[in-house]
Design a binder for this molecule. Structure first.
Ligand SMILES: [Zn+2]
Length: 179
């Protein structure tokens, strides 16, 4: 992973680190034996169904993938389940309360931010809209669009993992959890 090459000196003893690193997923100091792993970060996103059979997509307000479609979601914090994370993120981003999320599938992704590629594992869920505060976070969301997922071109999605998840959702016949 290219994030490793940004680590030139040991963060603990400041000795120069061996280049290239000993493995693709960790740095290790030959002086003090400090070792630090860089594993895939967990992210969670959810296809939220409305009672009319449409699903919420956001148009991303900023890069990466500004202007493309994405299901709402975000990174999983330490100590959280993916279900808790996606429920929290959806409330923070768009002010929605959702039903308990049901797992759809997971796909790997690479997220480019400030010249670093972060490797993620994106976990996708489905849920139904229960209530909304009507408040969205303008820093995260350009606009909300409600679409029949069967009509959405997978190439409109922001990331390859989201494209794969939409294809999976459509192969399930669209709605899977409308209560
Ligand atoms: Zn060291």
């Amino acid at each position: 992973m290219d994030i490793l090459r940004h680590f030139v000196f040991c963060p603990r003893c400041a000795q120069r680190l061996p280049q290239p690193p000993p493995a693709p997923n960790y740095i290790e100091c030959t002086g003090c034996r400090f070792r630090c792993y860089f594993n895939a970060g967990a992210a969670a996103a959810c296809f939220v169904w409305r009672s009319d059979g449409k699903v919420l997509f956001i148009r991303r307000a900023k890069d990466p993938a500004q202007g493309r479609l994405a299901p709402p979601g975000g990174f999983v914090d330490a100590g959280e389940s993916a279900e808790q994370a996606v429920t929290r993120e959806i409330f923070e981003e768009v002010g929605f309360q959702i039903s308990p999320p049901e797992f759809l599938g997971s796909f790997p992704n690479s997220y480019f931010f400030r010249e670093i590629h972060y490797t993620t594992l994106d976990l996708f869920f489905t849920a139904t809209l229960e209530s909304t505060s009507g408040v969205t976070n303008p820093e995260e969301v350009q606009s909300l669009v409600w679409l029949n997922p069967m009509d959405v071109d997978p190439d409109e999605m922001a990331f390859p993992s989201m494209k794969a998840a939409l294809i999976l959702l459509k192969s399930n016949g669209g709605r899977v959890s409308l209560g």
